[in-house]
Design a protein around this ligand. Structure first.
Ligand code: MOS
Length: 736
């Protein structure tokens, strides 16, 4: 019985969100609230030689200006600054720690005032002098200095030799520019001074416990002195995985003033945070005359900072998708004078698969093969990195159902062959692949005699729908109406949860809730069995289930006792249990989600304006917990893929080492006018191996492959191949 799991249940927090009742990190109040404003470095590298805050301090309402000279104490070791998901190599950034400048946009002073406007105005009066040093912010200038990092992808065969011997070859370089995070909610923290050195910190984060441990470590606090909360998050997409500097500065300010401090970054200041690294991707594909792959080489050169080595897996996705006897993967990092790059939705795959699937399209053209046919000929039922089968892989069905829904059969393969009035029409497709991970997580359930339950977990719902799916899972596991379930998330004092990322939270937290509900049922049965003449006296735990507010025998549903009766007999009014999920070790299978993306573009032949008129994304992601929130996740990923293909690009002026378009007027993201028809298909994918509920997660798969499908459609429409993103009309004309 699963009346809720799988249904299109509306968000349980939807009402709170649309009425404004849901509070975000920058909205919490305290009677003594002070406001911070950050002053950023205007040079990318060097040293601060002088800070003159005199004039700022004379402004009425200014309380203090904190700099590296006068701030409260912070820890002095790299280890103390390493959060749970920091890169292994390097020294994490420490805001306001010393006089050294590592990137343009680095916070170098914090103005604290009675009002935000006063703090902002006073910030404009602080005079800063620098000793500037030579810097580099251009990846192409540093590519020859890039160094290789160890990656899990295993080479096999001799890719170089096989490439030279291949009947048909394709070799090209693709480029993905720096992209910055632009979630609706600005990065913000409110540090509430609870007195006696204790603080409650409301933070925009994907992991309250990660931030809590980090703040305790940086400020040398005991665990019970800092509580971190993020009940609601207005989108985060990877930038909230690591603690960002505003949470350090909000707490620093609160410690300095011994009062509450709110710090909200401006949109422009968020361009001084992490970003999707600019990446050069080199692909070399060799095929036999029969149209099967024989050689894959994938090299990525990605940006990291001078002080940390951030990298994700760009290469090696081919080994999950396609058979090839020979393959080689290299990942290099180029150091630039910029902040450390970071995760952004499907990190590594969004970029690497864009390049791979563009290259596969080019190979299909060279082979004169339909692009789906090429992918089917190379289809791999095994992960060739580890040489293991998948827990499930319904990618063939994704191709089939996606193609059918899209109408792919009506495609004329010839470029520039399809038209709609003055517009060229192009149809392109690509595969997508992502990981299906699961992590340790715990949940606490408090069930009361009136048939209501509260579910607690530290996990943050970053907009994905965690509140809703956990309410559904708990309602089904406890046999209660969903209205009787209250889910509490985003509080570091709650049962342990990993950061919400990597698409692993749905599987991780759902299994924690089910494991805990099992404990609740066990307690109910124990109590029920002690009742004289109990109908469940001889029933084993495995033979019971919770349905309709009762504990019921699965063999004979007439054998049942209500939760209320059980508790009354046990003289209790609540049962409280906490349990951590557990997943069996399994190194015998690969765990992945897959997709097939189909795109239609219409290109104005004179102007080169590209419209993405249709996208069909067919996704195989195991069991879908909520048809509505799942659809929204994939749709959001598709929209971002449109942005990646056509709009998003952080532009640097390399002469000054600065971002030129640090705002959402000039940094383009897709708007309503850019988004037309999006069809999301969930291919049925039962998976009994991956975990008991068959959940794979789908926060990230929705973006993977979208940019490639669009780029391939643009080629089909125009006959022009633009290999550096975003595909803007000037590039379309230039590559004529
Ligand atoms: Mo996701 S990039 O793991 O928030």
């Amino acid at each position: 019985m699963a009346p809720y799991i799988g249904t299109a249940t509306s968000r349980v927090d939807g009402r709170a969100k649309v009425t404004g009742e849901a509070k975000y990190a920058g909205e919490f109040k305290a009677p003594d609230l002070a406001y911070g404003f950050v002053i950023e470095s205007t040079v990318p590298k060097g040293r601060i030689t002088h800070i003159d805050a005199g004039e700022a301090l004379r402004v009425e309402g200014v309380i203090d200006v904190l700099t590296h000279k006068n701030r409260p104490r912070m820890a002095g070791t790299d280890k103390a600054w390493k959060d749970d998901v920091a890169p292994e190599e390097g020294s994490p950034f420490r805001p306001l720690y010393g006089d050294s400048i590592k990137f343009s946009g680095q916070p170098i002073a914090l103005v604290l005032a009675e009002e935000w406007e006063i703090a902002r105005y006073a910030a404009s009066l602080v005079r800063i002098e620098y000793e500037e040093q030579a810097f580099v912010t251009d990846l192409y200038q540093q590519r020859d200095q890039a160094f290789a990092v160890a990656k899990p992808d295993k080479p096999h065969g001799d890719a170089g030799r096989a490439f030279m011997a291949a009947a048909v070859r394709h070799e090209a370089e693709y480029f993905i520019p720096t992209e910055h995070h632009n979630p609706m909610e600005l990065f913000a923290s409110t540090a509430i001074w609870d007195g006696d050195g204790k603080l409650t910190v409301y933070d925009k984060t994907q992991g309250v416990q990660n931030v809590q441990r980090y703040l305790c470590s940086v400020f040398e606090k005991k665990p019970d002195e800092v509580r971190v909360m993020s009940p609601f998050v207005g989108g985060a997409f990877g930038l909230g995985l690591r603690p960002q500097y505003q949470v350090v500065l909000a707490m620093l300010g609160a410690l300095a003033l011994q009062r509450s401090v709110r710090l909200v970054l401006t949109r422009g200041q968020m361009y001084g945070l992490g970003h999707r690294p600019a990446t050069i991707e080199r692909l070399a594909l060799g095929a036999k005359a029969d149209g099967t792959l024989d050689s894959v080489s994938h090299e990525a050169i990605a940006v990291t900072s001078q002080f940390e080595e951030f990298s994700r897996n760009d290469t090696g996705w081919a080994a999950l998708l396609y058979k090839s006897a020979n393959a080689k993967y290299v990942h290099r990092l180029a150091r630039l004078d910029v902040p450390t790059s970071c995760d952004m939705r499907a990190p590594g795959a969004a970029t690497g698969v864009y390049a791979l699937e563009s290259a596969m399209d080019e190979l299909a053209v060279a082979l004169k093969l339909d692009p789906i046919e090429l992918r089917l000929r190379c289809y791999s039922d095994r992960d060739q990195n580890e040489d293991v089968p998948y827990t499930s892989k319904q990618l063939r069905e994704c191709y089939r159902q996606g193609a059918e829904t899209f109408g792919w059969g009506k495609r004329n393969p010839e470029p520039r062959s399809m038209r709609d009035g003055s517009e060229l029409v192009g149809w392109g497709m690509a595969s997508g692949v992502w990981e299906a991970l699961q992590m340790p997580a715990a949940a606490r359930i408090v069930l009361t005699a009136n048939g209501h339950a509260e579910v607690f977990c530290a996990a943050s719902d970053i907009g994905t729908g965690t509140y809703t799916i956990l309410a559904q899972v708990a309602a089904d596991a406890l046999g209660l109406p969903i209205e009787n379930i209250n889910v509490k998330l985003g509080d570091s004092t709650l049962p342990q949860a990993p950061v919400e990322g990597g698409s692993w939270m749905a599987a991780s937290a759902s299994h924690a809730v089910v494991a805990t509900a099992d404990e609740v049922r066990k307690e109910l049965l124990t109590l029920a069995s002690t009742i004289k003449g109990s109908p469940l006296g001889k029933t084993s735990l495995e033979d019971t289930t919770l349905v309709g507010g009762q504990i019921v025998s699965k063999r004979d549903t007439s054998l049942a006792i209500s939760i209320a009766d059980v508790m009354r007999h046990g003289a209790i009014d609540r049962i409280e249990k906490e349990k951590t999920n557990s997943f069996p070790e399994d190194s015998e299978h690969a765990r992945n989600t897959h997709s097939a993306v189909f795109a239609e573009v219409k290109v104005d032949e004179q102007l080169g304006v590209i419209r993405v008129t249709r996208i069909v994304n067919a996704v195989a992601a195991g069991r879908i917990l909520n048809a509505k929130t799942a659809h929204s996740q994939v749709m959001g990923g598709v929209v971002w893929g449109i942005g990646m293909a056509l709009h998003e690009e952080t532009l640097f002026d390399h002469r000054f080492g600065r971002v030129m378009n640090a705002n959402i007027a000039e940094y383009h993201v897709p708007v309503n006018a850019d988004v037309h028809e999006i069809t999301v298909i969930f291919v049925d994918e039962p998976d009994k191996i991956i975990n008991p509920m068959g959940i794979k997660g789908l926060g990230e798969i929705g973006i993977v492959g979208v940019a490639a499908a669009i780029a391939n459609a643009v080629y089909h429409a125009t006959g022009k191949r633009v290999r550096d993103l975003p595909i803007t009309l000037d590039k379309l004309h230039r590559s004529a």
